[in-house]
Design a protein around this ligand. Structure first.
Ligand code: AMP
Length: 647
């Protein structure tokens, strides 16, 4: 494709405010891109390389201005370009405002016999990215000058913006994603093609490091009519590859089937699976059995490693797929020392103290992404990997683990994305036992609360609740993973009643009725039975027995004397208790030895907390699934708000 044709579409896109039209123009452009489809797709997004490839052009604005000045002729200096930039504010408009030597009809090539092609521009941009060392800056200016010299105004505008990474034409990833589906997978899409193409699919599409050499025939199959399916296939392939150019080519040449066959592989990070906020009751209700893991307070990292001479890494990618390997040498060493098969692992990096206990998130931030002083900082803050998922694990058989033809398209040995979490976790324990986060499968909320208390006690952020049967869905913020953050606020409430325990705890009080102050009265607000050890129960029984004022069956009425601090997930209005409110999932935090009954929280505060709902710093919504143990208070509607952006 000629670069002028690309630039002309870019101008049309820039002038088009309507989203639907934008998508249609992009779809047309992709359909017309021919051999340059991969390149055009990336350039539209202002990229030379796929998002996970951290190579950059590394051309400073000054070099770009100098190249523009030189191409504009002897009377123009870099300072003039700078002046115009100051008044116009945008490099594309500045570049378009000059008469370059190559303007059609004016230049030495004025007969149009040497038009710039998209491939040529892309090739030069890649050369810029590769140029390093002494003299590289001036070589970059030379190369850019060569391009600008052959540009007409529209081309110059697009080129300057590409070079400085400022496309700004209103074409985002979502537009390209939709346009790919519409161009190649819709029945009447612009790239659906009328010629055969069917059954002739080329599943060996190359990576973005080369051209694809396809002939541009569309893949218009019957199956492509399912538009929802087509969008979903494009989206999934993007989540797995993060390579728009590759996905566009796959859509064209291999259709939905080809997109769906795309697999995870070592060296190509996939988007991280995300969690929604949820409660223990949600997890038990929806999963039955719940896989409970510690929620580590650190930074997400994806580990890619293939041992051996022809191997890869270890390399570490952040949640946004930035390469953060160089900042974390001890993790690299740790992984390289222990892992013997190709792997892709998901986990969290946390900063730890000398005893291995977690340090606050801010400490870890002093290490993550650090480019300078890595060795010195390594002495100051130690990082540790907690791996919690295994997305790929080879079996160690070199034959099956290797991508033998090097095209990256082999049937991805060891791909575990579709496997249930339990299976993935077993593989994780096989490949990296000491760093594998413990996964406990339980089926009741009490057990979850117990694990959460232990996690909090150990200094972690809380727990994650996962469906043990669920697949790993890259980029998806679904309901298969729930993040259960600890309660932010606690309440100080006084014990006004108790119930005898059961079984081996029959001699002890097991459940405590709590109340808050309403003027001179104490109004009950909930019962707490969770979070108490046998010893604490013994102690509390001893403390409370002298204050028992009445007993009926297993229930006791107790004079308000002892104040407990309790956590909870939520405060709901409730007809059950005199206070008019009920705590959901009340959890014993401690006895407030320092507080007397005069100091307990008031109904007023409770009512304020209840109105405030979604507590500070907590992005979850009220879930409203009732919890039997908590007196049937959960009758309000679902109010899910955590449809956050999976970035
Ligand atoms: P949030 O950042 O609050 O949305 O919580 C989700 C994040 O928790 C993930 O992106 C991870 O970085 C982090 N995390 C910590 N421990 C785990 C775990 N065991 N499983 C999944 N994510 C975890």
């Amino acid at each position: 494709m000629e670069f002028a044709a690309f630039a002309e579409r870019v101008e049309r896109l820039e002038a088009e405010p309507a989203d639907l039209e934008t998508t249609a123009i992009v779809a047309d452009l992709l359909a017309d891109a021919g051999d340059d489809l991969g390149t055009v797709t990336r350039l539209l997004l202002g990229r030379t390389y796929p998002a996970h490839d951290d190579r950059t052009l590394d051309v400073g604005p000054a070099s770009c201005r100098e190249a523009i000045a030189r191409a504009a002729g002897p009377n123009v200096a870099a300072a003039d370009v700078e002046d115009r930039l100051a008044s116009r504010g945008e490099i594309g408009a500045v570049a378009a405002g000059f008469d370059f030597g190559g303007q059609r009809g004016l230049s030495a090539f004025g007969d149009g016999s040497d038009p710039l092609s998209v491939a040529e521009v892309d090739g030069t941009l890649r050369e810029l990215a590769a140029a390093t060392g002494e003299g590289s800056e001036s070589r970059k200016v030379d190369a850019l000058f060569g391009l600008f010299n052959r540009c007409d105004p529209a081309e110059a505008k697009t080129l300057a913006r590409l070079v400085l990474g400022e496309m700004r034409i209103g074409v985002g990833e979502g537009t390209v994603r939709d346009a790919v589906a519409e161009a190649f997978l819709a029945e009447d899409g612009p790239g659906s093609g009328t010629e055969a193409g069917n059954g002739e699919r080329d599943a060996t599409t190359q990576t973005d490091d080369g051209t694809d050499g396809s002939d541009g025939d569309g893949g218009d199959d019957a199956e492509n009519r399912a538009t929802d399916e087509a969008y979903a296939a494009v989206e999934r392939a993007l989540q797995v590859t993060n390579d728009y150019g590759r996905v566009a080519r796959l859509a064209r040449e291999a259709g939905i089937e080809g997109l769906n066959a795309e697999r995870i592989r070592v060296g190509r990070p996939v988007q991280a699976m995300l969690a929604q906020a949820g409660t223990a009751a949600d997890a038990v209700d929806s999963f039955g059995e719940v896989a409970v893991e510690t929620k580590f307070d650190g930074a997400r990292v994806q580990v890619h490693y293939a041992p051996g001479p022809d191997g890869f890494g270890p390399r570490l990618y952040s949640r946004n797929m930035d390469d953060v390997t160089d900042a974390l040498p001890e993790i690299v060493e740790y992984v390289a020392d222990r892992i013997e098969v190709p792997v892709v692992l998901d986990g969290e990096i946390v900063a730890v103290d000398d005893d291995g206990s977690p340090l606050p998130f801010q400490e870890m931030l002093r290490r993550f992404r650090r480019k300078h002083d890595v060795d010195r900082m390594r002495e100051t803050v130690t990082c540790r990997l907690h791996a919690f998922d295994c997305l790929l694990a080879g079996d160690g058989d070199a034959e099956s683990d290797r991508d033998s033809d090097g095209d990256g398209d082999e049937d991805a040995p060891g791909d575990l994305l579709e496997e249930p979490l339990r299976v993935r976790h077993d593989r994780l324990v096989d490949v990296l036992p000491d760093a594998a986060a413990e996964l406990r499968v339980v089926d009741d909320t009490e057990a979850i609360a117990g694990i959460e208390s232990a996690a909090l006690e150990a200094g972690h952020e809380g727990v994650m609740l996962k469906d043990p049967t669920s697949a790993y869905t890259p980029g998806n913020r679904g309901r298969d993973w729930l993040k259960r953050k600890p309660d932010v606020e606690t309440l100080d409430a006084v014990v006004v009643g108790a119930e005898w325990g059961e079984g081996r705890r029959a001699e002890l009080f097991g459940t405590f009725l709590l109340a808050v102050a309403d003027g001179d009265e104490y109004e009950p607000i909930g019962k707490v039975a969770t979070g108490l050890s046998d010893e604490e129960l013994e102690e509390l029984t001893e403390r409370l027995e002298p204050h028992v004022v009445a007993e009926s069956g297993t229930e006791l009425r107790i004079r308000p004397e002892v104040v407990l601090e309790v956590g909870y997930e939520e405060i709901q209005t409730s007809p059950t208790y005199g206070s008019g409110y009920a705590l959901r999932f009340p959890r014993f935090v401690g006895v407030r030895e320092d507080k007397s009954v005069e100091d307990v929280d008031t109904l007023e505060r409770v009512s304020g907390l209840a109105d405030g709902r979604g507590r500070a710093g907590d992005d979850e919504a009220n879930d409203g699934t009732g919890d039997e143990a908590n007196d049937g208070t959960g009758d309000e509607a679902n109010d899910e708000t955590d449809a956050g952006n999976p970035s």
